[in-house]
Design a protein around this ligand. Structure first.
Ligand code: SF4
Length: 319
């Protein structure tokens, strides 16, 4: 039965509509917008302590960063691996290696398995999760996503997901065009969040179930953030937790982008109170000495306070 379902899901690569780009390419021979063939590629895997506390747990979240992305945001913080600027850093791994990484993350005490931007590798991830579970894998699975998903792709991966860590970058087409490089993001995200809410109608982070919705405040786009917060309060606050992030860092050092002012930050805190949004997390603006942009050309791409010095993926490469 497992082999049969693995075969069916693998056929998804042959006429790929795994994400909203609907490229209809045969990824055995060609790539679409995500710039990835059907061979799984990852950039890093290991324990990471910089995620929201319930996902990080005591030892860290067991993260796997997949190479490539269906979205190519203007200011992508993972641009070295996402392909946003043509860089495409990562190493091809087999299904067996992906299974080994999942099991190793469990063995070293990860609180969760955190799959970062895995949309374009959903078939391989499903195959690996099925095989890992056969071998005793039982960590809660976090689907760490930009929110730029197709309902088709989500329906494939959803049965495997315990927690969605999903962005709502914007609901505004202009903002989406400027920051996500596609206005379509704004029309895709609400159906995605509605799907998630329908399948995961409540959040209990002690039980590792539910949804953490992330929103990063874009510089100069405070009205777009308020629109997101109002929609969140109206549609999702009873089902999700909110994670509001204020540490936007332009990787190319774009000096023209305005910083979030203290008055704007205080205004957001007031708006959260006015909207009755009290379940969630908010980034501390005083954390401005934290290096939020990873460098995937290094063995440890993150600040050492965030990442385990002996990542699983390096161990795997050494073998
Ligand atoms: S995953 Fe998305 S971007 Fe990649 S080939 Fe499939 S439809 Fe295109």
């Amino acid at each position: 039965m497992i082999a049969y379902s693995a075969m069916i899901v693998t056929m998804e690569y042959e006429d790929c509509v795994l994400c909203p780009n609907e490229c209809h390419v045969d990824r055995r021979k060609a790539t679409g917008v995500c710039r990835q063939y059907d061979r799984t590629r990852i950039a890093w895997a290991g324990l990471h302590r910089g995620e929201e506390p319930p996902i990080t747990g005591k030892n860290g979240s067991g993260m796997i960063f997949f190479t490539g992305c269906p979205l190519h945001c203007q200011y992508c913080q993972n641009r070295q691996i996402s392909g946003s600027d043509g860089e495409n850093y990562g190493i091809e791994i087999s299904d067996d290696e992906l299974v080994s990484i999942m099991l190793s993350l469990q063995d070293i005490g990860a609180a969760t398995l955190n799959l970062v931007t895995g949309t374009h590798f959903i078939p391989a991830i499903i195959r690996a999760l099925d095989a890992a579970r056969e071998r005793g894998f039982s960590l809660p699975v976090v689907w760490n996503s930009s929110g730029y998903e197709s309902l088709h792709g989500l329906s494939l991966i959803d049965p495997y997901v315990d927690i969605y860590l999903v962005d709502c970058k914007t609901l505004d087409k202009g903002t989406a065009g400027r920051f996500c490089r596609t206005p379509r993001y704004a029309s895709v995200i609400i159906p995605v969040l509605d799907f998630i809410k329908a399948h995961h109608p409540y959040t209990d982070l002690d039980a590792m179930k539910g949804t953490l919705l992330r929103h990063l405040v874009f510089p100069g786009e405070i009205e777009a953030t308020k629109e997101v917060l109002r929609a969140y309060a109206e549609r999702y606050k009873d089902a999700f937790f909110l994670s509001l992030m204020t540490q936007f860092v332009p990787p190319l050092g774009d000096a023209d982008l305005p910083c979030l002012t203290d008055a704007e930050y205080d205004g957001l805190v007031d708006l959260l109170e006015e909207l009755g949004i009290d379940d969630g997390f908010m980034q501390d603006p005083s954390d401005d000495d934290v290096l939020w942009i990873p460098d995937f050309t290094k063995d440890i791409p993150f600040p050492l306070s965030f990442a385990d010095p002996d990542p699983v993926f390096l161990s795997l490469k050494r073998r």
